[in-house]
Design a protein around this ligand. Structure first.
Ligand code: SF4
Length: 336
């Protein structure tokens, strides 16, 4: 297990990525006799990511992970709150500068690659769009990245439909690296791949991260992948970040009942951990009509009366943060 590189103490430099109170709300049209409603996909989330870190965001479908990822990529603007790259607000950073800082690796390499472009054209496209380098420079960069991600040279003129799933995801990673970004936002990077190929792509991402000093924001519902790759984990539930902690601590001693429930879905072979069963898929609440009080209270095995009408505050400590009435500030040290 990779340990975090910056476990505590003063940071030598500002976070490479910082979100403060970031919210994204959508207006959803009403139907006959039903007024329009507001869907708050991401609700006042705050976190920071340090250079060279793998920061994972986990949660069920509908938690707000993908909306948050789109905001980090500059594809959607926050309704409120601020996203900063190396201290600069996203709104002040131009398109080319954003592309140099952060690039996506999407879930499905089958649909994210243009079937009419060759592999060489796909990888060099970001450079061509932003008019970076000469044609010869771009060609040299394509050769360099293909070698880096393990794509043989003879595939330069191949089309996506001539490649395996693993090769396609390598192309998607190569395209993301073309601009030499600081951060890759990897949205479920292995979930469309066969299990054997998943391991290869995870290993490739880890090697690249260490070789190039990349920072990853890894969005996934797969705790197995996260346990393998992440330094820290943020757990999202209905738009809120309910717990943030080091990966080892989250898996050893989760603090939020929802985190315990998620872990219960993958750790049931170890009953001595005493974790509750994983979440039932049909019990996820309607994001358009979230519960009052703590949003998790209808599913929480530890629910108490205040949970039904009062939202818990986020408590921060040396291990991260947790948003639950069971963890008032004075109890923070019990996890030290
Ligand atoms: Fe459960 Fe209450 Fe904590 Fe919410 S605040 S997670 S309902 S114990």
């Amino acid at each position: 297990m990779m340990e975090p590189r910056h476990a505590g103490g003063p940071d030598p430099e500002p976070p490479v990525l910082e979100c403060t109170g970031v919210t994204r709300a959508f207006r959803v049209k009403g139907r006959l006799f039903n007024p329009a409603r507001t869907l708050c996909a991401v609700d006042a989330v705050s976190f920071s990511v340090r250079r060279g870190e793998v920061f994972a965001i986990v949660g069920e479908s509908g938690a707000g992970k993908t909306t948050l990822a789109k905001m980090l990529l500059g594809l959607q603007a926050p309704s409120s709150g601020v996203i900063r790259f190396a201290g600069r607000p996203l709104g002040e950073v131009g398109r080319v500068a954003i592309a140099r800082r952060v690039q996506p690796v999407f879930q499905d390499p089958y649909s994210s690659l243009n079937p009419r472009k060759t592999l060489g054209q796909i990888i060099s496209l970001p450079l061509a769009v932003h008019r970076i380098g000469t044609e010869a420079d771009r060609r040299a960069r394509v050769d360099e990245i293909m070698a880096m991600v393990g794509l043989p040279e003879h595939l330069l003129h191949a089309y996506p439909n001539q490649l395996s799933g693993g090769q396609r995801q390598r192309v998607a990673i190569a395209r993301a690296l073309a601009m030499k970004p600081d951060i890759l936002v990897c949205d479920e990077p292995t979930s469309a791949l066969d299990v054997s190929v998943q391991a290869q792509i995870i290993n490739l991402l880890r090697e690249l991260q260490q070789e190039l000093g990349l920072t990853y924001v890894l969005v996934s519902h797969d705790l197995g992948v996260i346990r393998h790759m992440a330094d820290r984990v943020a757990v999202m539930y209905l738009g809120r970040m309910v717990e943030i902690g080091r990966t080892a601590q989250i898996f050893r001693a989760p603090r939020h009942p929802y985190t315990e429930m998620l872990l219960g879905a993958i750790l049931t072979p170890e009953p001595e951990l005493g974790l509750p069963p994983g979440p039932a898929e049909d019990s996820f609440p309607d994001p358009l009509d979230p519960p009052d009080g703590c949003r998790f209270h209808p599913r929480c095995p530890s629910v108490q009366n205040p949970c039904r009408h009062t939202s818990p505050e986020t408590r921060h400590d040396a291990h991260g943060s947790v948003e639950c009435h069971l963890h008032p500030a004075e109890q923070e040290t019990r996890y030290g």
